[in-house]
Design a protein around this ligand. Structure first.
Ligand code: SF4
Length: 385
């Protein structure tokens, strides 16, 4: 049941939303597993759901789908990994995976039985106090532990607590790393964080350093437009090789947030659903899709520049172009003609080998904050191997 406030309400503080804002609040009875639509009589721009005990809340905008993947379906899907056909690494990320520590233990156990290594990325929301037993069990279940550290996280959890957590993991014998984000290569926050982390841990903590960019749901709020891309240049997308499970169980070919949030998912990026497909099916689609092969080998811009009609060359940037490839049947047709067979397979393999040989530092130079790219290979710096 929902109660609607005065429909004429508007809020200065929410000026980014055009027009008046309606608000509705109410209660519903559920069992945390059904997926009924709760109707309030209009399409909300923002929804906050709290459970009866007020212990966990979830917020989502009108363009986002689902709250959390169903745990049983996730475990079942990971159960389809086999020693002969499995991903090398399963990354548990969020949201915040340690809000469901028992599920982390279950998923990590199922993945490791098939020989898949498990990495976990957390914001360390629990780090200010002694680590609760259930979370400790989850931390012991993974092979690699990554901590997100940035100015926004540190407002909630000061650095000294995060460092203590890294020490705890290292003492347990688990490999660790830091995912850091700053405003750009010259950000003094990043320089300070990198320097203090090196002082505290020496070479034992690799760092993946990124710069804030206009991405995902908030991209439209940014005044900076995307750089003007070069349509002739071959610029392969390495991200199209990492299947990602979205909150509603859909499996996508990459982690681009616009793709993860968008429904329907563009056909060429949809690999299946954990409720109906197995890992071997998802892997097979990722490897044999002609469009994905060419996205991995040449990148979406080259694809559009080479096979698209001049009329279709409106500027949408690198990923924006990729997300819209489905609007261009001529490109999809050409991709099928070029890359459906052995030639496409060879092109894909060659592009993967070239990027693999270029190494992780080259990958981070392109996708992360290039000034700090070397830190990603600590303690085994490239050249020292
Ligand atoms: S180019 Fe396409 S496949 Fe690659 S990250 Fe962007 S949206 Fe994903």
């Amino acid at each position: 049941m929902a109660t609607l406030s005065n429909s004429g309400n508007s809020f200065q503080a929410a000026a980014i939303f055009p027009g008046a804002i309606k608000m509705a609040s109410g209660t519903y009875t559920g069992d945390a597993t059904d997926n009924r639509a709760i109707t309030v009589g209009f399409q909300p721009d923002f929804v906050i759901v709290k459970d009866a005990g007020n212990t966990e809340g979830a917020g989502r905008t009108s363009t986002m789908v689902g709250d959390e993947p169903d745990p049983a379906t996730l475990v079942e899907f990971v159960g389809t990994f086999a020693t002969s056909n499995r991903p090398e690494v399963l990354l548990l990320t969020g949201g915040e995976p340690l809000l469901r520590p028992d599920l982390v233990v279950e998923l990590a156990g199922a993945a490791r039985r098939a020989g898949t290594r498990v990495a976990l990325l957390t914001g360390g929301y629990f780090a200010a106090r002694p680590v609760p037993a259930r979370i400790l069990r989850a931390l012991r279940a993974v092979d690699h532990f990554s901590l997100s550290i940035d100015a926004f996280h540190e407002r909630q959890i000061p650095r000294c607590h995060l460092f203590r957590l890294l020490h705890l993991m290292l003492d347990m014998g688990t490999a660790v790393s830091v995912h850091a984000v700053g405003s750009g290569p010259a950000d003094p926050y990043l320089a300070g964080l990198v320097s203090q982390t090196r002082q505290e841990f020496g070479d034992r903590v690799p760092m993946l350093v990124n710069s804030l960019r206009a991405m995902g749901r908030a991209a439209a709020w940014s005044l900076a437009g995307p750089p003007v891309p070069d349509h002739q240049r071959v610029l392969p997308c390495a991200m199209a090789a990492w299947p990602v499970v979205a909150a509603d169980g859909t499996v996508l070919a990459c982690c681009n947030q616009d793709g993860v949030d968008r429904r329907p998912v563009p056909d060429h990026l949809r690999l299946g659903h954990i409720g109906t497909d197995t890992w071997p099916q998802v892997r097979d689609r990722a490897l044999t899709s002609p469009v994905l092969r060419l996205i991995r080998a040449t990148g979406p811009l080259h694809l559009r520049g080479r096979y698209g009609t001049p009329a279709g060359r409106t500027e949408h940037g690198y990923c924006g172009t990729c997300l819209r490839l489905g609007d261009h049947p001529e490109i999809l047709r050409a991709a099928r003609e070029v890359a459906a067979g052995r030639l496409g397979e060879l092109l894909d393999e060659h592009a993967a080998r070239v990027q693999f040989e270029a190494g992780p530092v080259a990958l981070v130079r392109r996708h992360g904050c290039s000034r700090y790219a070397d830190l990603v290979t600590l303690p085994h710096r490239e050249g020292s191997r």
